[in-house]
Design a protein around this ligand. Structure first.
Ligand SMILES: C[S@@+](CC[C@H](N)C(=O)[O-])C[C@H]1O[C@@H](n2cnc3c(N)ncnc32)[C@H](O)[C@@H]1O
Length: 280
């Protein structure tokens, strides 16, 4: 593993507990999107990249699906547990763009590039999509899976206004130059980067179990878990640092609202989880 330091400051906690939360989230997302990890129609890829791989849960899955492929996982954070690393996986620590600029990740080298949940970390999506396109071989596939921080009811009507915490996160992400609604923009980013055969699927990241959508069982449980709410509150505070959009009193009230909003939650309330894939 090439360990590279990065000046990039990420907005979520590091450490084993966060990895455990992300692994639980992984299982919930897989259930939500139909029991699969990716949608792109891959045929025997020989080199795969997982951008923002964190715990390596997807990297490891891809390595096991394609044992003859070389699989590279990139993250700002160091991988925590290397004891279960498959032999065909290499982890690189560092900022994705830096690893491309310094030639560690090479143009035209990859058959498949995957990323998931970069919503609070990716500051320049058009640049990301065009860089990914450059790294792909001709005919290679990219898949991006991400959240759109828009809250809808069961009729797909926007209900953001009833949730000050959601509005505050949107506001802070925008102020930091991040795209809170990237989950709904992924296909657009890919098309603008010149990718073709782009397809997009939208899934409901439900806040509570939605009987008509049984695939929301785990994601709803995850969304209201203590760990997930604590991380959202951490994110609010971290984003506000330096921006100072809210006073500490306002931050405290927003956190409380996030913790106690359970009584406002109705069946069918959901964020959008977007999946887009396209080919070079
Ligand atoms: C919310 S985690 C998601 C991890 C994993 N993709 C998953 O779905 O379980 C986002 C990860 O992206 C990484 N990340 C964000 N921006 C990055 C960048 N520019 N280069 C490398 N990693 C990045 C963060 O360090 C973080 O571990």
């Amino acid at each position: 593993m090439a360990a590279k330091s990065s000046k990039h400051s990420y907005n979520l906690p590091h450490g084993r507990e966060e990895n455990d939360r992300l692994d639980a989230q992984h299982h919930a997302i897989v259930e939500l999107i139909g029991g699969r990890v990716y949608h792109a129609p891959l045929s025997r890829p020989s080199k795969i990249l997982d951008v923002g791989c964190r715990s390596g849960v997807v990297t490891t899955h891809l390595a096991k699906c394609f044992p003859s492929a070389e699989v590279v996982g990139v993250d700002l954070a160091a991988p925590i547990d290397l004891s279960t690393k498959p032999d065909n996986v290499t982890y690189l620590q560092g900022d994705f763009f830096h690893l491309v600029e310094s030639g560690v990740l090479k143009e035209g080298d990859f058959d498949f590039i995957f990323s998931r949940m970069l919503v609070v970390g990716m500051v320049d999506w058009p640049r990301y999509a065009s860089t990914v396109s450059r790294l792909l071989k001709q005919g290679g596939w990219v898949e991006m899976q991400d959240l759109s921080w828009h809250l809808y009811d069961h009729n797909e009507c926007s209900i953001d206004d009833a949730f000050p915490f959601v509005l505050a996160i949107q506001n802070l992400l925008l102020r930091k130059g991040l795209d809170p609604f990237c989950g709904e923009h992924l296909a657009e980013y890919m098309r603008s980067a010149g990718l073709r055969a782009v397809d997009q699927k939208i899934y409901p990241w439900a806040w509570t179990y939605w009987k008509n959508r049984p695939e929301t069982r785990l994601i709803a449980e995850h969304s209201r878990s203590e760990e997930h709410i604590a991380v959202q509150n951490f994110l609010l505070e971290k984003l506000n640092n330096g921006v100072g959009a809210y006073t500490s009193e306002e931050i405290r009230t927003l956190k409380e609202e996030n913790q106690t909003s359970a009584e406002k939650i109705r069946e069918g309330m959901h964020y959008i989880f977007g999946v887009a894939y396209g080919q070079k």
